[in-house]
Design a protein around this ligand. Sequence first.
Ligand SMILES: Cc1cc2nc3c(=O)[nH]c(=O)nc-3n(C[C@H](O)[C@H](O)[C@H](O)COP(=O)(O)O)c2cc1C
Length: 406
Amino acid sequence: MHCVHEISPNIYWVGGNDRRLERFENMFPLPNGVSYNSYLIMDEKTALIDTVDEAISALYLENVTHVLGSRKLDYLVINHMEPDHCANIEEIVRRFPEIQVIGNPKTFQYFRQYYSLDMSSNYLEVNEGQEISLGEHTLRFYMAPMVHWPEVMFTYEISKGVLFAADAFGSFGAISGNLFADEVEFDNVFLDEARRYYSNIVGRYGSQVQAILKKLAGAEINMLCSLHGLIWRGDKIPYILDKYDKWSRYLPEKKGVVLIYASMYGNTENAMNALAIKLSKRGVKDMRMYDVSKTHPSYIISDIWKYSHMVIGSPTYNMHLYFVMDSLLRELAVLGIKNRKAALIGNHTWSSSAIKGMLEIVEGMKGGVEVIGTPLDIRSTLKPEREPELDELADAIYASLIELED
Ligand SMILES: Cc1cc2nc3c(=O)[nH]c(=O)nc-3n(C[C@H](O)[C@H](O)[C@H](O)COP(=O)(O)O)c2cc1C
């Protein structure tokens, strides 16, 4: 049975959900599934905007066929060549051999890399600002390189002000009937997953996101359609644009502290708990604490994107920083985290390497993360005589928090 939704007169959502997939990109847990969105515009000419993942191909093709009825497909727009949106391209071209596939030079370079079917006679190459009329609807193309792949482009439908924005403004989480962000409790249910998606998938490409936001500043956007997650319209558009602006400038959304630790025998964990209580007594609210061996890094990264401060605690392991912490910090460095403050707690029994390892990675974050206070290096367990040092660290974190503007 088809499952489609007319989101604007003659523009249909023809996507679907996957609630079975364990991990997105075989890496990020999907407790609430994921949606693959695709859109079909019915006009004098018909245009399909992107396709979906192979997991939902059967439903997808039924959706497209249902909306088309007896008509053929004239255009297939490829905003993004990632396989979770491109599993059906060959099948669509086989069904509609006359179709014109719209992409840019990079798109078609990847066609040749991914597919064995020669589709070169179907290519319709477009460049920045070029327009194609479908009748009442007109598509204009904006190149958005590295948001988050090189070939990415956005398609703007001029008559209705609908922006098809590839993976930008996307989110983890399947769609439960309500397609629009204004139809759900977005802040309670979806915001964390939208941030986790942004920080982990797009996070490294903040400057490229800023570039496309600037390019689109003059365009009237009435509806914003991503390839994953909910659709944005009305006063929800400035809301998500504001989030994207903050996230892509690496600015924290909130003053607050995320405490992340590694611990085999509980002693580093104990020091982190003692510090958290001290911070709480000083008035710090809404702290988050994670054991890096337990919580998937994507959730921790997402909270680090949200809050202004972090405390990093780790033991020494084989003359090195504990590997799980090492990996998390390196991932944060690759994602280009900036504008954050970090306090450090290390632990060792005979020869300390953890603090050195943490400093090396954090200071290498292109100046993006400032170390505050004096790193505290515990010898096996935190002894009461070292409590003043923990107090000093709590004072330094608190002072730095209150210095920050709201
Ligand atoms: C396999 C292994 C390797 C370790 N390597 C070192 C080391 O190279 N240098 C050191 O000083 N301590 C080393 N330690 C000791 C831990 O750093 C120490 O036990 C620390 O207190 C653990 O903190 P925790 O209680 O939070 O797990 C090692 C411990 C284990 C289990």
